[in-house]
Design a protein around this ligand. Structure first.
Ligand code: CA2
Length: 155
């Protein structure tokens, strides 16, 4: 069965490419979707790529991703929770509660920015954290998820 990688994006990431190119680069979210699609094709995975400005919707998607992973149809999840990274106990509980194998991802180097961006509610429940590689971090994170899935396969 071809496994799915969920790539979930949080608030304001729909604006990517329109402002702050010095921090987030010039790629739009659709460009990022294409980078992810290419990586998934190369790695033999299916892509489920989404963006929401609503915390509750992201919680629902994490629960869906966790159930899919438990059923063996998903390999893991890459989440750029954007500002919710720094505020949301609900997203952290969803990751933990749904048993999601998570890469927490940030386009920018959050540790070189304002102090409030240097705390993440997600890092303690993530399997890995990727930040500071620009949008190139997305395919790298997908590669990490593919590696977890390969390591899990018993032959
Ligand atoms: O570096 C990242 O990927 C962030 O997750 C992006 C979030 C920020 O709150 C995090 O601290 C770090 C912001 C996403 C909003 O992106 C925009 C892009 C262009 C124009 C306006 C917002």
């Amino acid at each position: 069965m071809t496994q799915t990688v969920y790539v979930l994006n949080g608030p304001n990431l729909n604006l990517l490419g329109s402002r702050e190119p010095g921090i987030y680069g010039a790629h739009t979210l659709d460009d990022v979707r294409q980078l992810c699609a290419q990586a998934c094709t190369r790695l033999g995975l299916k892509l489920d790529f989404r963006q929401s400005n609503h915390e509750g919707e992201l919680v629902g998607w994490l629960q869906e991703a966790g159930s899919a992973e438990a059923a063996g149809s998903a390999a893991g999840t890459v989440l750029n929770a954007a500002a919710y990274t720094h505020t949301s106990v609900a997203l952290r509980d969803a990751v933990k509660g749904a048993g999601v194998s998570l890469v927490e991802l940030h386009i920018s180097n959050v540790h070189a920015r304002e102090e409030f961006r240097q705390h993440s509610y997600l890092s303690p429940v993530a399997r890995g954290v990727m930040f500071g590689f620009g949008t190139a971090g997305y395919p790298l994170a997908i590669e990490a998820v593919a590696g977890w899935a390969r390591a899990k396969v018993v032959v």
